[in-house]
Design a protein around this ligand. Structure first.
Ligand SMILES: Nc1nc2c(c(=O)[nH]1)N(C=O)[C@@H](CNc1ccc(C(=O)N[C@@H](CCC(=O)O)C(=O)O)cc1)CN2
Ligand SMILES: Nc1ncnc2c1ncn2[C@@H]1O[C@H](COP(=O)(O)OP(=O)(O)OP(=O)(O)O)[C@@H](O)[C@H]1O
Length: 217
């Protein structure tokens, strides 16, 4: 019984915060992505739940001020954001989520958004959940007061390696000036340096199970 009662946050792993690691400079983004996918796939269920709970708790305590949050809806072994999105909606906040399809299984050619209500969701492209709601253009991000984006790795300067495709690189440029961007990752996914390209938009912070870690400056 004891095991069942135990809160997830008691799981005995990485409570010490990010460990600095240098991503091997000879590795390209593709290899870094593969390594990260493999590491995420190897994490056991209990550890994953603990990480998700702790990340969500930190996020909630840091988002009390916000009314409008842009947030991806996670799939598979990505850091969970659906629990967070549901909590935000319950608290009366407005959640803007990416939309990748037209609702008939065809992919949209430009990044798009829709308001997430916690109920009306479908599985869009690549098993990614998306709201069933009127589709808004990429520029809808301008109303967001904070943006939580996906990443596989982030570095100390805020550069991120994403899944590829440049979805976030294209939308982040359209956010309102001064709006913070948090990459949602695990502690071992903050590294000293990742390769970056001219179009890469650095993020402000990394949200991990141990808290919000400011990057850059
Ligand atoms: N849950 C979630 N939503 C998200 C992102 C994300 O990383 N995770 N994105 C972050 O940018 C944007 C969507 N961009 C994406 C780009 C590629 C793939 C993807 O899975 N690609 C396939 C390979 C595709 C191909 O065959 O060309 C894959 O990796 O298996 C997913 C999302 C916005 N929404
Ligand atoms: N502002 C932009 N406009 C058009 N295309 C862009 C823009 N930014 C990036 N791209 C394109 O997106 C592609 C993928 O970029 P990159 O490998 O940096 O993805 P990523 O940042 O890791 O992933 P993502 O942003 O999808 O999570 C690049 O080939 C690039 O040409």
């Amino acid at each position: 019984m004891r095991g069942v009662m135990m809160h997830h946050s008691l799981a005995d792993e990485d409570l010490s915060g990010p460990r600095l690691g240098k991503s091997d400079p000879r590795l390209g983004k593709e290899e870094l992505r593969r390594g990260c996918h493999d590491r995420r796939a190897a994490v056991d269920h209990r550890t994953r739940m603990s990480r998700d709970d702790r990340r969500t708790e930190h996020a909630m305590s840091r988002l009390l001020w916000a009314h409008k949050v842009a947030l991806y809806l996670s799939r598979g072994d990505e850091p969970d954001t659906v629990g967070l999105a549901d909590t935000l909606v319950m608290m009366g906040k407005q959640v803007l989520a990416p939309v990748l399809t037209d609702g008939h299984g065809h992919s949209l050619h430009e990044p798009a958004w829709a308001w997430y209500d916690g109920k009306n969701v479908r599985t869009g492209l690549w098993q990614i959940p998306e709201p069933i709601a009127p589709v808004l253009p990429a520029s809808a991000i301008t109303v967001a007061e904070v943006v939580l984006c996906s990443a596989l790795l982030v570095d100390r300067a805020g550069y991120r390696v994403g899944v590829g495709g440049g979805w976030y690189d294209r939308v982040l440029t359209q956010r309102a000036p001064g709006v913070p961007v948090w990459a949602v990752v695990n502690d071992d996914e903050i590294v000293d340096e990742v390769p970056h390209d001219p179009w890469d938009e650095p993020v402000t912070a990394a949200l991990t199970p141990t808290g919000l870690h400011l990057l850059g400056q």
